[in-house]
Design a protein around this ligand. Structure first.
Ligand SMILES: Nc1ncnc2c1ncn2[C@@H]1O[C@H](COP(=O)(O)OP(=O)(O)O)[C@@H](O)[C@H]1O
Ligand SMILES: [Mg+2]
Length: 372
């Protein structure tokens, strides 16, 4: 008898819901994931072994190096040194360099500028004599998420106000001009080690209080979106190729006056790609595992108009959500807390009208959270 093809073991720094969905997607392929997560009750633990340790714990990293074929991340705020240590011993995707650039807003913006990728006006806080005319957002270079680590200032804020915001955020900031965008979009894409690229359709994201609430896939407004789409694909492809990124990557965008401005990049599976679990031929989670494990990428085509609604703060009655035609509920097993992402619901429909009707039903059930 011939031996079965080998099973890839993928180490994952992080053990949150993204790690959980990676592990769930890996199971049918025979890919096993091992997470590393210091926080209590890691959502990933339902589907994978999770080493309970800090991301740079020497023993945990040594265990990953010993047991895994490749290491990836599900959160970009991991110590780059830990990834560099691993990269000397096994394949790390994304590379420490990609993580170093994308976890630091300043370096990321420098990369946008260098690559000719249009982005919001920005400056170092001390470069500014006064804030931007449209208003300013002071953001921490490192560690922010879901709108945390940011302070919004009125138009033409004084140097004192800027300095106070930086102090409030603990230093290490970048100032951006407020973009008067029409809407927010994102492009989730994957790149394989041989340079092959697969892009999901451009999607529309609706945020409230800096937190993603809903994604519509593909982004409504097909005509306009075709040129926007091409521009987003160009940006993401350029960025991934330049940094030799391997795996899934998400580019968050603002649409303003029919143009796209890059907001930020996440070198990992992304909340705005959750609709792909039921809404695309290959989910972003399977796609990421395929890419990092050196397997061929899958098709990224949508199955139909889809939407995703985040469950934030409090959970709806599962039965009520599942009573909505075409709805799929994904719960993360997390304790409820205001503004915490606890799960999401996806829906795929035959046409946009049906999708929108189902989305309305879902909004009534989950769109209203304790945070508002
Ligand atoms: N320059 C900007 N102009 C207008 N809105 C912005 C700007 N930067 C961020 N925002 C708003 O805040 C949200 C969160 O900011 P973002 O930079 O994406 O940080 P996070 O890492 O928290 O997602 C964005 O999705 C957008 O709604
Ligand atoms: Mg963002």
């Amino acid at each position: 008898m011939t031996a079965p093809p080998p099973t890839a073991t993928v180490g994952v720094l992080g053990g949150g819901q993204l790690g959980r969905m990676l592990a769930l997607a890996g199971a049918p392929l025979g890919i096993r994931c091992i997470g590393v997560e210091p926080a209590a009750d890691p959502p990933m633990a339902v589907a994978a072994e999770v080493l309970r340790a800090p991301y740079d714990d020497p023993a945990a990293l040594a265990e990953l190096a010993r047991r895994c074929d490749v290491v990836t991340i599900e959160v970009e705020h991991v110590p780059v040194d830990a990834l560099a240590w691993l990269a000397e011993r096994l394949v790390v995707r994304p590379s420490p360099q990609v993580v170093a650039v994308t976890q630091d807003r300043w370096l990321e913006k420098q990369a946008f500028v260098r690559l000719g990728i249009a982005t919001a006006p920005f400056a170092r806080p001390d470069e500014q004599t006064s804030g931007f005319e449209t208003g300013s957002i002071v953001k921490r270079r490192l560690g922010g998420f879901d709108g945390r680590g940011q302070v919004r200032l009125e138009r033409a804020a004084s140097p004192r106000a800027l300095a106070a915001a930086v102090t409030e955020l603990g230093g290490g900031c970048v100032v951006e001009g407020v973009v008067p965008f029409e809407r927010e979009l994102s492009l989730v894409a994957a790149r394989a080690a041989d340079g092959a690229v697969a892009c999901y359709p451009l999607v529309e994201n609706r945020h409230r209080d800096g937190i993603l609430r809903e994604t519509l896939a593909p982004a409504p407004g097909a005509g306009a979106a075709a040129t926007l789409s091409a521009s987003a694909v160009e940006m993401v492809t350029t960025f991934m190729a330049d940094l030799d990124h391997v795996g899934v990557l998400a580019l968050e965008l603002f649409e303003v006056n029919g143009r796209l401005l890059a907001n930020e990049v996440a070198p990992r599976v992304h909340n705005s790609g959750h609709w792909t679990i039921e809404g695309a031929t290959t989910s972003q989670f399977e796609q990421h595992l395929r890419a990092v494990a050196g397997l061929p990428l899958g098709a990224a085509a949508p199955r139909g108009p889809a939407a995703m609604v985040n469950v934030i703060g409090t959970e709806p009655e599962p039965g009520a959500v599942l009573a909505v035609a075409g709805a799929h509920l994904h719960r993360y097993g997390k304790a409820p807390r205001p503004d915490r992402k606890l799960g999401h619901v996806t829906v795929v429909a035959a046409d946009e009208r049906e999708r929108d009707a189902r989305l309305d039903e879902l909004r009534a059930l989950v769109g209203v959270s304790a945070s508002t």
